[in-house]
Ligand binder design. Structure first.
Ligand SMILES: NC(=O)c1ccc[n+]([C@@H]2O[C@H](COP(=O)([O-])OP(=O)(O)OC[C@H]3O[C@@H](n4cnc5c(N)ncnc54)[C@H](O)[C@@H]3O)[C@@H](O)[C@H]2O)c1
Length: 325
């Protein structure tokens, strides 16, 4: 028995596009909405304050993919020149359960997280959205912007704020080269970033005792807020002020909330899962003036469907190293 080992470089070298990742993640949400996935809420261990190592298993029937992501987030890593998010993903054969691949999950996590933001925008943003706001100009913000460009064709301006102005300037330089038609603006503070923003993506470190910089009244009517950082960026009042509150997995949100550290301030009334929208069970945006909040915690279904794409492309291209099990 052998496994295919794929390093980060191997995975990135496959040059899979954001469009392809959005397609499989959207399909994963649809199958989740149809009840064709198995995905228990993620357990975690915490070796340092504010840090986590999470186990994320999922099986996506029909797409015949099963596996586990073992992913960590350490907010102090960037100071050491290390990535905040690192980890490994194992794929298992769905027929025998035998491991078939082990791969780095940094690229997969970033791409599927960005894709989920793009998919939230597809169902929940006003179609004519023009201005995006970005809070926290790191790895997930980059892939989120790439996905927003795919799902919001009218996007023309991006307002960026980061606690460290040089991070926002690097983001602007890099993303500006990738999308020369976008007008990229450095905002002096979160208030300026929010001005006129139709869609706002927040991707700052998740904090156990957050001091959210975004308050009620800041999201404009008709706006969409996409949170990739749990309840770290928006106050409870700001979330409650929204007409619809959506999540990528209500079950996971409620079980995380029950543990007592996060989501103490999210609204009681959760409108839908992204899976319900992708499967067509509930409408997304119904009114141009609605304020909508999408809490995208990141789910293992997104990882597995992306990992399957990676695995199949790697086999086609002969990438990676075969190792004995
Ligand atoms: N929802 C998901 O699926 C998912 C997946 C991966 C990561 N995440 C989360 O996304 C967040 C960002 O992860 P990343 O990999 O992009 O990290 P990163 O370190 O690459 O980027 C975070 C950025 O936020 C900036 N920042 C820190 N505090 C800030 C503040 N108060 N205001 C504005 N900017 C601030 C940092 O300077 C940095 O540029 C983390 O909370 C991570 O846990 C979510």
């Amino acid at each position: 028995m052998e496994i295919l080992y794929l390093s980060r470089q191997d995975v990135e070298g496959l040059e899979i596009s954001m469009k392809e990742v959005i397609e499989v993640v959207d399909q994963g949400f649809r199958l989740k909405g149809l009840g064709k996935t198995e995905m228990p809420p993620k357990p975690g261990i915490h070796t340092r304050p504010h840090a986590f190592i999470h186990a994320m298993p999922a099986f996506v029937k029909e797409m015949e993919v099963a596996g586990l992501k073992w992913v960590s987030g350490y907010p102090s890593n960037p100071e050491r020149g290390l990535p905040y998010i690192t980890g490994l993903l194992i794929l298992n054969a769905t027929e025998t359960g035998i491991p078939i691949a082990v791969m780095d999950c940094g690229w997969i996590t970033a791409m599927r997280t960005g894709a989920s933001a793009g998919i939230s925008a597809k169902y929940l943003a006003r179609k004519e959205s023009r201005v995006a706001g970005i809070l926290g100009c790191g790895v997930q913000a980059r892939t989120s912007l790439r996905a927003l460009v795919e799902t919001l064709p009218g996007l023309s301006r991006v307002q960026c704020y980061d606690l460290f102005p040089e991070a926002s300037r690097r983001f602007i330089a890099e993303m500006g080269r990738m999308f020369p038609a976008l007008q990229m603006e450095h905002s002096k503070n979160p208030d300026e970033m929010m001005e006129g923003a139709d869609v706002v993506v927040t991707a700052i470190p998740i904090a156990t005792e957050p001091k959210p910089p975004l308050r009620a009244g800041m999201l404009k009517e008709g706006g969409l807020a996409i949170s990739l950082d749990y309840d770290s960026a928006w106050t409870g009042q700001a979330m409650k002020e929204c007409d619809k509150f959506v999540s990528d997995d209500i079950h996971q949100l409620l079980s995380t909330k029950e543990e007592g550290t996060y989501f103490g301030t999210v609204p009681e009334n959760i409108y839908a899962d992204l899976g319900d929208l992708a499967a067509g069970f509930k409408p997304g945006r119904e009114d141009p003036m609605e304020r909508i909040f999408s809490m995208n915690m990141g789910i293992a279904v997104d990882d597995m469907v992306t990992a399957k794409l990676v695995y199949e492309r790697a086999r086609e291209k002969g990438a990676g190293v075969r190792l004995p099990l």
